[in-house]
Design a protein around this ligand. Structure first.
Ligand code: MIC
Ligand code: SF4
Length: 643
């Protein structure tokens, strides 16, 4: 039987189920990663499971998001993560070492292995040939405790890459082209597997830029083959022994295939406020720019920043532009410092930030009112930058650098660049110094340190006979987790404090929502397509749970958020007939009678609209296992009950 690469790796890790698209399968997880803004909660949940030591091959806790220490809160969370990791057998990548996905590629990623991470961009690891999946913290905690990870077997979408990128066009433009074609929901229920002659022309970090933004397509994950390019990268990282050659069988059959001719691509940009709102840079034209930010897990590799340095060398950032650079890792930053590229960047007038997520998650550098901000990041959702009135454009590092010099959005082909400037050789050996990666202790005797900001997390309760309540908010399509639970410098310090966060839930949609939910003691949410796209943050489920939300009725859900709702014991219901969305209004009272019996076995059942006096059908498209989880009021309750 011939297989795609994704199928081969999944089969190697299959614990239960049939690998038929749409059916639930369980896979063994080799590696896990957490980052600090989801990690505190994940480790609190791991501790609640009472397992003395992680059972994975290796688990790594990264500290890269909540880097501003404007109060004790982030520093307390860092200390908690560092000590909890040490105690339970987990490596800790300390603040300053870099963005989890970049460091994972450099120091930990292994072709053919599985990685589960409490961050939606975990699929970056697909650039090195891993099946790397983003999930909520609780699912990662379960994997650390040795449990399998359950997914709905996706379809495999093959993307054939032909030809080679022309001058001035970069890997970012490939994934922006995929987003332009498929949209932010085009990857839902799919693994995206790249193949074809164009693959060999791309380095590992370039492949990782592409798999990284598969998250924006809603895909379960994305993957590239592991080939001689992968071997050279691992060798240069001193890890050649981790290399295995991996590819799809030559006659593998994909469920769907699309072809991209790399030589026909041009520089693209995603316009406000969605990563799929893509147009050619030349077509958007020379709009005036206030801020340029280069960095993030998408575009902060050595290769990216060497090209940026070559473009900036000997020039000056335009007078009205603020340019920030956040290197992806300590390895990248040190190498740029050693070879002089960092001096070129600083000399041009860039503001160097530390190695971390920084402005990508609104950890500082919020742009001015009505600003145009051009970024090499992966998300330009409304308000994510920290300034609601700002317009954020997503571009390649080359486009960002020439734009910073000109002060207007510029296609790199229209700037005075030469082929030589953009030609960066991959290093034969990277600079390796893992002194910011703390190993676990030998005997689990480390004392876990908890600060006063760490509050207990809410637990769901068993499904009641009648689930009833008002529609507390009716929302449009494509609501993101940045709407549901905003982040940024002001709120990220409270990721281990759900009561505090609850006052901000869904406020970008309706500032009155938290007060209303509290006054009514909970109820329902109604939404359009792709509800909960974006982040893996389970806070987008835990905070609604805290506010008493019992069910979300939507036209469709994003994968990770739907799993987080179920893990929290909140019913994720899909309109059987989308037209019913229009018949429901905010404040209507809804009721699900005999809820446990319905949830137990029925894919389709009715909800009564008590206010308007009609019943409408909804679908609960989950496995028998998840129905039990929902009846028990979430995964932790379910696990406790089972034990
Ligand atoms: C993001 O890019 O939105 C984040 C911040 O990395 C999130 C995780 C989080 O909310 O902490 C993600 O992508 O999962
Ligand atoms: Fe960090 Fe941004 Fe990447 Fe999320 S998308 S992991 S915030 S750099």
């Amino acid at each position: 039987m011939s297989n795609t690469l994704a199928e081969k790796i999944l089969r190697d890790h299959l614990v239960s189920g049939n690998m038929v698209a749409g059916e639930e399968i369980a896979i063994r997880i080799d590696y896990t990663l957490t980052q600090d803004s989801t990690g505190t909660m994940a480790y609190l949940q791991f501790e609640a499971m009472g397992v003395p030591r992680v059972k994975t091959k290796k688990s790594v806790a990264y500290i890269d998001h909540n880097m501003l220490q404007t109060g004790f809160e982030n520093a307390d969370d860092h200390k908690y993560i560092e000590t909890v990791a040490k105690k339970y057998g987990i490596y800790c990548s300390r603040p300053g070492n870099g963005i989890c996905h970049q460091v994972n590629l450099e120091r930990f990623g292994v072709p053919g292995a599985t990685l589960l991470g409490s961050d939606s961009h975990t699929p970056t690891g697909g650039g090195i040939g891993m099946i790397a999946i983003g999930a909520g913290g609780l699912d990662v905690a379960v994997a650390m405790a040795g449990g399998p990870y359950y997914i709905t077997m996706p379809k495999i979408l093959g993307i054939e890459l032909k030809g080679r990128l022309p001058f001035g066009v970069s890997a970012k433009d490939i994934i922006l082209e995929v987003l332009r074609r498929l949209s932010v929901k085009g990857g839902v229920g799919r693994i995206i597997e790249y193949f074809g002659e164009g693959v060999a022309t791309l380095s590992v970090p370039e492949r990782a830029t592409i798999t990284n933004m598969g998250a924006e397509l809603g895909a379960t994950t994305s993957i590239f083959p592991s080939d001689e390019v992968t071997r050279a990268f691992l060798k240069a990282q001193g890890r050649e022994e981790d290399y295995v050659p991996l590819a799809a069988d030559p006659d593998a059959e994909y469920d769907e295939v699309i072809t991209i001719d790399l030589s026909a691509l041009e520089p693209l940009a995603a316009m406000p406020h969605s990563p799929d709102n893509v147009k050619p840079v030349r077509e958007i034209g020379p709009i005036k720019v206030d801020q340029v930010c280069i960095g993030s897990c998408t575009n902060a590799s050595y290769l990216d920043l060497m090209r940026v340095a070559a473009i900036l060398k000997g020039k000056s950032v335009a007078p009205e532009v603020s340019l920030t650079i956040s290197p992806g890792s300590k390895q990248v930053m040190t190498m740029l410092a050693e070879n002089g590229a960092l001096a070129d960047i600083i000399d041009a007038g860039a503001r160097i930030l530390e190695c971390g997520c920084g402005p990508c998650i609104g950890m500082g550098q919020a742009p001015r009112t009505n600003a145009v901000s051009v970024r090499t990041f992966n998300r330009n959702f409304y308000n994510r930058s920290g300034t609601a009135s700002a317009s954020v454009y997503l571009v390649s590092p080359e486009t960002a650098a020439v734009t910073a010099l000109r002060g207007v959005l510029t296609d790199p082909r229209d700037a005075e660049l030469t082929e030589d400037m953009l030609k960066v050789e991959m290093p034969k050996s990277f600079l390796i110094n893992d002194n910011l990666i703390a190993p676990p202790d030998e005997n689990g005797e480390t004392e876990v340190v908890r600060g006063p900001n760490i509050k207990p997390f809410p637990l769901g309760h068993a499904l009641e006979d009648t689930v009833t309540g008002e529609v507390l908010l009716k929302m449009e399509d494509n609501i993101t987790t940045d709407h549901i639970m905003p982040s940024g410098a002001k709120l990220l310090p409270y990721r281990s404090n759900i009561p505090y966060l609850s006052d901000y839930c869904l406020t970008p949609v309706d500032p009155e929502f938290p007060a209303r939910a509290k006054a009514r003691g909970g109820g329902f949410l109604v939404a359009g397509q792709n509800y909960g796209q974006g982040s893996s943050r389970e806070h987008a489920a835990l905070v609604p749970l805290y506010l008493g939300i019992r069910g979300v009725i939507a036209k469709s859900f994003a994968r990770i958020h739907m799993a987080n709702l179920i893990n929290s014991g909140i019913l994720p219901l899909v309109f059987a007939d989308e037209a019913d969305y229009d018949r429901i209004e905010q404040f209507d009272v809804l009721e699900i009678a005999d809820a446990p019996a319905k949830v137990d076995g029925k894919v389709e059942f009715t909800v009564a609209n008590k206010t308007k006096g009609f019943d409408f059908p909804v679908r609960l498209e989950v496995s028998a296992r998840l129905r039990e989880v929902l009846k028990d009021g979430g995964l932790l309750n379910h696990t406790k009950k089972r034990n």
